[in-house]
Ligand binder design. Sequence first.
Ligand SMILES: *Cc1c(COP(=O)(O)O)cnc(C)c1O
Length: 453
Amino acid sequence: MADTTKIVLDEAEIPKAWFNLVPHLPNPPAPPLHPATHQPVGPADLAPLFCDEILGQEMATAPEIEIPEPVREIYRLWRPTPLYRARRLEKALDTPAHIYYKYEGVSPAGSHKPNTAVAQAFYNKKAGIRRLTTETGAGQWGSALALAGTFFDLEIKVYMVRVSYDQKPYRRHMMETWGAKVLPSPSPETEIGRRVLAEHPDSPGSLGLAISEAAAEAASRADTKYALGSVLNHVLLHQTVIGLETLKQFSLAGEGPDILIACCGGGSNFGGFAFPFVPRKLAGAPLRIIAAEPSACPTLTKGAYAYDFGDMAELSPLLKMYTLGHDFVPPGIHAGGLRYHGDSPLVSQLVREGIVEAVAYPQRAIFAAALTFAQTEGIIPAPECAHAIKSAIDEGLRCKESGEKKVIAFCLSGHGHFDMTAYDRYLSGDLQDLDYSEEEMSRALARLPQVNV
Ligand SMILES: *Cc1c(COP(=O)(O)O)cnc(C)c1O
């Protein structure tokens, strides 16, 4: 493969089973706890929100879980995704390192998120569910679920954070084109939405509130379930198609990665990309695995490892994870998909146990990296994955200094075609590095639930 730029697999190579990290972990994961009793939650607690097969996957301990054929059939529309050798970037950096990226932006919604949206829609349809609710911030997850809804003839209702609903109409139009119903949150359709609107008619909304509205509606109707786009085990499980394909592609490349990098918001593209490589690392391979996050929302690098709520309204089960506190509101950086107070419990555990490293970057540095990437490789990246690009460039430059010929691979989780306002601000010199408030973070951490386990 001396001069190959793009390693592509045949459709028959789409994985037939997802990879489950849980049985490989040195220590069993801490169970999710009931928000009131602090006892481990059972399937019955979550049944109003999720169908049985998804709950089974959330708790699964089997090493792999078969991908249903109707899901693979839809995956064939854009999978396997290409693994690129970033030859032009390597040249620009003048590094002896080999840099590869796995590009998930080729899906119809433009990111990795349809990998789980399609699976979640399939299982809910099979269980006789007619409708799914969800929340969306900037709209990446909402558009992935809208796409999946159209394939499985499910009604999709998306609570979109009010400020994004007004400021980012294109993702909304995309969701509506795929047949979803999108409404601004806070909305008059739920009790909590009405309560917030009564007090603050002009509320800009928040992701935590939109989650509460979407979950409340799902819990109130037998024909409706809720869908989440990251954080939970079943979501990361579905995303492992990314890493499983990458493993096969590297066997064709004739070399394997020394460093794996992905950006980390809730952890789904990171987990999906990296988890299938973790057994090698646990077996002693000299592999570094790096999660890149914004320094304005530094969950893995500055957060506490503790039980916390997944949502602001304190309705969700408690998850053991790195967290900045469930009512911490990160500054409004442009990588909206990385503005979550917590992180996947599985990713958190890997960081805690020293299997995964975490790094954090300010937004001007990641936009500079995004420009270098766009001007060498051509693809305009989503600001989220520009964090992974920044880390890959830094590692490449380190190799230049040391003369080491390392193999670096990162996940390019999506394109940035709907983020041009952010690029415009960066290009016009208008973009600031936003810092989180230490004081607010300490206050939020002081409000973590007190759990005696
Ligand atoms: C949503 C999103 C992310 C962040 O979510 P994870 O669950 O951490 O992967 C990253 N990149 C893109 C392109 C996204 O749409």
